[in-house]
Design a protein around this ligand. Structure first.
Ligand code: ADP
Length: 241
């Protein structure tokens, strides 16, 4: 397993936001965390990234205790809905950023950084945007660049929090297809947060339905759609119960 979470709990004051989460994600899998607003999806993602800490439970990646690792060394890449690109940097420099700030032993030299950025620009089909500034890009183009920046360091786990949430329906559909292709070609283990069931079902190998800090159901999209495990899941999917 790429990532294993056991009995993870997070409280803010008296509120239990994550109540004993158990989740295992396989190598190269694309898993969607699906649930209504406030169900704990972002908190779980932040804990994986090292931007937040659980009160109890364990998190291992490739059998290594990740809670013992500092966030900078966790080898995650992330894209958030409003995690803006650096406005004063061209697209190619935005993508290079993660490589240039890596700790010494891992940091590639300038030529290797340029080569990696060119490779990513081509892979993500955004070569024509390389010398633009973020203000000269559409919302969808910006999120493609943000994904390039997240992938630049070849992360073990890619974390995407509502990355297409602010975009209109047609752009979202295009980006979904594109992300599916990028995922298949790169093979990066990916956790994708969304409250949009169509997005989760179309993108994910497995869907994790969350409600009020618990996992309500985990399964392939068709399994969840055909056999909701609880009235909560059925209601959330819009089935009449
Ligand atoms: P989701 O991503 O599913 O919308 P979140 O993980 O953002 O859910 O939030 C889950 C709950 O945790 C919400 O009720 C939210 O208000 C609460 N919460 C999140 N972060 C904090 C924080 N730093 N302090 C207090 N409460 C928080």
């Amino acid at each position: 397993m790429a990532l294993v979470i056991e009995n993870l709990t997070r409280r803010f004051g008296a509120t239990e936001v994550l109540r004993g989460i158990d989740l295992a994600v396989a190598d190269r899998e694309l898993v969607a965390l699906l649930g209504p607003s406030g169900s704990g999806k972002t908190t779980l993602l932040k804990i994986i990234a090292g931007l937040d800490w659980p009160n109890a439970g364990s998190l291992t990646v490739a059998d290594e205790d990740w809670l013992a690792r500092r966030p900078q060394t966790r080898e995650t890449g992330f894209v958030f809905q409003h995690y803006a690109l650096f406005p004063h940097m061209r697209v190619r420099d935005n993508i290079a950023f993660g490589l240039t700030v890596q700790p010494r032993p891992r940091r590639p030299d300038a030529a290797a950084i340029t080569a990696r950025v060119n490779e990513l620009l081509q892979f993500l089909q955004i070569e024509t945007l390389a010398d633009r500034y973020p203000a000269e890009l559409s919302g969808g183009q910006r999120q493609r660049v943000a994904l390039g920046r997240a992938l630049a360091t070849s992360p073990r786990i890619l974390l995407l929090d509502e990355p297409f949430g602010a975009l209109d329906a047609q752009v979202r559909r295009d980006l979904r297809r594109w992300l599916r292709h990028v995922h298949e070609a790169s093979g990066t283990t990916t956790i994708f947060v969304t409250h949009d069931q169509e997005e989760a079902f179309e993108l994910a190998d497995r869907v994790v339905v969350m409600g009020a800090g618990r996992i309500e159901q985990i399964g392939r999209p068709d399994e969840i759609y055909d056999h909701p495990a609880s009235p909560f899941v059925a209601r959330f999917l819009g089935h009449t119960v």
